[in-house]
Design a protein around this ligand. Structure first.
Ligand code: THU
Length: 134
């Protein structure tokens, strides 16, 4: 699974977005050390505050399947002209899974033309995580 494949998976995942309230479809794809890819998309609700972000859905899917670490790369694709970065809550949710395996995944922020690459540790410096509770 190349970076281009991961980007394509994030874009494809946005096709399943349930976002009739924001009309802002987001797709996310997580790549793991064993080569597996887990995708997510944003799921909104008539009770607006219940919306789930694409990255959080992807992490929940992966962890529900038993994954604990091994997170190497993340692609996030939004509908706008510019790449989007994960929201603050998603950064924290992504960090939990990454920290469990001791990785610092590269985040590929995907726009229609450009891809920005930023390490999760740059997006969320001095993170609170599992080790903070010991
Ligand atoms: N959204 C995501 O899925 N991921 C982010 O990192 C930022 C925002 C979603 C939430 C909501 O459904 C829509 O984008 C507009 O905020």
């Amino acid at each position: 699974m190349t970076d281009e494949d991961l980007i394509a998976a994030a874009r494809a995942a946005a096709g399943h977005s349930w976002s009739p309230y924001s009309n802002f479809a987001v797709g996310a794809a997580l790549r793991f050390a064993d080569g597996a890819v887990v995708t997510g998309t944003n799921i909104e609700n008539a009770s607006f505050g219940m919306a789930l972000c694409a990255e959080t859905v992807a992490v929940a899917k992966a962890m529900a399947d038993g994954r604990r670490g091994g997170l190497e790369a993340i692609a996030v694709s939004g509908p706008g002209p510019d790449p989007i970065t994960p929201c603050g809550r998603c950064r924290q949710v992504l960090y939990e899974l990454a920290a469990l395996g001791g990785t610092d995944p590269e985040v590929l922020c995907v726009g229609p033309d450009a891809v920005h690459r930023i390490r999760l540790s740059v997006l969320l410096p001095a993170a609170f995580g599992p080790a903070s509770l010991t």
